[in-house]
Design a protein around this ligand. Structure first.
Ligand code: HEM
Length: 149
């Protein structure tokens, strides 16, 4: 099985990077919707439209993309486990990936609060949290490609 996966390694890596791009696109866009939603009066047409956009973005793009990023990344880890577990950059990368997944979880919880009209945080709060995945994404890509340590 590992031999077969090894012979398709570059295809798996390409699918991994495609899934990661979709995941990051959603992680950078969703908090931007929260910035506008925090300023929209509850019960208005704008607020109800943003609820639909947030739900569909999370359920049909961000969640599946994260799952595929883990599946294809996990397959590559499995193929070269001993090598990657000896690499400092992979440890640093996976630590940031765990933090990215935690931020994903926070975004999902905040979406439910908006859906129930329970948000009390200002737009500025979401503008700051919009930067978290950006900074982590930059560091992860540098670790994955430059392999600095
Ligand atoms: C979700 C869990 C993840 C796992 C288990 C994972 C694991 C891996 C592994 C094992 C590789 C192959 C490295 C190699 O062959 O040199 C890889 C490549 C890569 N990963 Fe991930 N990764 C994950 C998430 C991410 C995220 C969130 C990003 C970006 C934000 C990312 C960006 C990349 C890039 C750009 C490459 C290609 C590096 C190259 O061409 O050498 N990965 N990943």
């Amino acid at each position: 099985m590992i031999d077969i996966l090894g012979s398709y390694y570059d295809w798996i890596k390409a699918l991994h990077v495609i899934a990661v791009m979709a995941w990051m696109a959603g992680m950078l866009y969703l908090p931007r919707l929260y910035v506008y939603h925090a300023d929209a009066a509850k019960g208005t047409e704008l607020s109800e439209t943003l609820k639909i956009m947030e739900r569909r973005l999370l359920r049909f793009i961000i969640n599946p993309a994260m799952i595929f990023a883990f599946v294809f990344g996990g397959l590559m880890l499995w193929v070269k486990w001993d090598y990657f577990m000896g690499e400092g950059w992979m440890h640093a990368k996976l630590t940031l990936v765990i933090l990215m997944t935690a931020v994903h979880g926070l975004y999902a919880r905040w979406r439910k609060q908006f859906e129930r009209d329970e948000n009390t945080r200002p737009a500025k709060f979401y503008r700051i949290w919009n930067e978290a995945p950006t900074v982590m994404m930059i560091a992860i890509v540098i670790f994955a490609i430059v392999e600095p340590f």
